[in-house]
Design a protein around this ligand. Sequence first.
Ligand SMILES: Nc1ncnc2c1ncn2[C@@H]1O[C@H](COP(=O)(O)OP(=O)(O)O)[C@@H](O)[C@H]1O
Ligand SMILES: [Mg+2]
Length: 500
Amino acid sequence: MGEKPSELGTIICEGQTPNHLAFSFQVAKDVEVKVGEYVEVPLGLSVLVGRVYSIHTYNEYFSSPEFLQFHIEEGIPVQARFPTRMGRWRVARVRVVGVLRQGRLLPPEVPPEPGDAVYRAKPELLDAFMKFRSDGVFLGVMRGNSGVKVLLNPELLLPYHVAVLGATGSGKSYVVGVIVEELLEKGVPVVAVDPHGEYRFFSQGNDKPDEVEKARSLGLTPSGFPTTVYSLGEDGDRSLSISVEDLNPYALVEVCDLSDAQSDLLHLAFRRLGGGRYGLDDLVGAVKEAAREWGFQRNTLAATLRKVQALSELVFLGESVNVRDLVKPGHLSVLDLSGSVDEEVRRTVVGVVLEKIFNARRRGEIPPLVVVVEESHRFAPQGVRSYCGSVLRRIAREGRKFGVTLCLTSQRVVGLDKDVLTQCGTKIILRIEGAYDIEYLKPILDYASADEAERIPLLPTGTAMVTGMATRTPILVDVRPRKTRHGGGHQAFWKQNAES
Ligand SMILES: Nc1ncnc2c1ncn2[C@@H]1O[C@H](COP(=O)(O)OP(=O)(O)O)[C@@H](O)[C@H]1O
Ligand SMILES: [Mg+2]
């Protein structure tokens, strides 16, 4: 079955001798091996699967400083006098990630022997080991083993939430776009919270020639997907609006920026409303009655009324957005928040819409769905109490029971609510430069990522480390080109100016 595996080298007992968890092999001449690559060692009926974590080069002709100094002083290149190529050898260090026996995973129990041959892991072996599935979410190809397509099993991906973390410009939105394409193709409804207005181009096919060519080589055809843009301003397909009734007291306190006393008054007013239908006028009436009944000071009443009545001027107040329209199989609904509104307002609208979605899903009124939240640290900031944050925390905790999956992005790992982050079963990590962010992430990465973490600051744009429920061990993925037009990234203002 499959092609003949290529031999990479021979296990040796240099430094630490082979054991059940790690070994080294001498790399054969003219063979290319890279850090991160997966290798296999047949052990009878089992196959040991390992991952190269470092490669060392040696050359005996360059090991003595006196010898080299002499040649430098004499002006004679060492290469001219000695067969330096013959003195060269390479050793790859490998960490064992598992043992497969007839498709079953066994714990590492026995060491390989010095002298055993090491092969490049066959794609079929890696598919089985990584739990990839032919109908999986096609994220890209494995870096190091580029013949292997990363096809994440949706049953391992979707029940748990996904966090996509990385610096600005590292490729977060791009990879989320890839995931969204895959989900839409499988008929999953997607709602995207989009603070920068990047997702509106999802209805259009990718038109970047280099990306299109690469996509075709992977068997992909550029195309757009059914997309509806709900916008706070005028430039969407539909306006994103909520009604006064959608605002519970917590959301109102936040969006109206009420003080403690004003907030007490508002809660009492809500009690009077008793849960029936109401509009802004009813709310204003209830505030007045509650103030009279409980003897609130005149200025507290006046300030509360002023702030509540100011709601009528907010752009988003109108007819409540219909969740059944928003959540449709194979359809992307973009909540475009790029208009110029206050951050509290933006957050409140998102909180309201997500809570409505969650409740509708609990009642079984809409199909299971995925909710993308870009810049999630703005909607669920760590250490800040907010209505939207509490909605996101609730979905993070309970979404699994009801078929609501979060796919969050953030460039501020430390700034994202820790409870929300730890509920994400899969983490997709792109380049992160901040040492503090990386330290913070280490405990929530899989154990095998400890030495991987060292490479996180050096990842090129579009290369992601996937770790968590959806893969058996952390893998590096070169993210595939998009089928749709990517709306993110930065404008080439400076480049244009430099050229003009
Ligand atoms: N996998 C990829 N393939 C090709 N180009 C990519 C890839 N990932 C990112 N890019 C490029 O990098 C730019 C920044 O990526 P983006 O996802 O918008 O960054 P982020 O959301 O992390 O700020 C994009 O405009 C795109 O041109
Ligand atoms: Mg982005």
